[in-house]
Design a protein around this ligand. Sequence first.
Ligand code: SF4
Length: 238
Amino acid sequence: MPASLGQLDAAISECRSCPRLVSWREQVAREKRAAYADQVYWGRPVPGFGPADAALLVVGLAPAAHGANRTGRMFTGDRSGDVLYAALHAEGLASQPTATHLGDGLTLYGTRITSPVHCAPPANKPEPAERDACRRWLLQELALLTPTLRAVVVLGGFGWQALLPVLAESGWTIPRPRPVFGHGAHVELAPSGPGGRPLHLLGCYHVSQQNTFTGRLTPAMVRAVLANAARLAGLRPE
Ligand code: SF4
């Protein structure tokens, strides 16, 4: 296993385990969207973003074809990211409300963003086998974050389902019946072994345009979940 998150991120960005996703991410990078025709797309797996000693982890679904797959950074350069980073900034977890490209000056405070699938999938729908192939990266990321991690916000049901078995393997007990995803869901997971610490797991609707354009998810709703998570993670006073 990589000794640091930097090494892990570098290893992830070289991964070619899923033939369908490798083909798709590279095709999108070649063909591009007209608005970005003059840009060089990243076209590779997108590693997590944020400090190695994060207390709060935000887990999405997968990179967007013309967002993170273009810019090389989670939720950067698309409408979903506009909503997420504005909320993170409003809650004191990001240095600025916008994320446009690598080198735009964005820094996260105590917070890291990752996803259970690191390559952009067609129609934003990874296959179960692709989710399972990518699981090893999430396991390693959690192992490296465990010493400081106190809370996880999961954006959407796909991430929730993908994360639960990884959390079980990473040292937390998943209650039976399994906690159900929902916006505002909150469960405190007990450590499964001695010396472990509890972990707060929170659900939030995904910041996709499907949810934000229809009003199913409002900026205030995202902020409320992040504020609660930041408090539970010890990133702000009780
Ligand atoms: Fe590798 Fe994950 Fe991308 Fe599959 S989705 S190629 S496992 S980084």
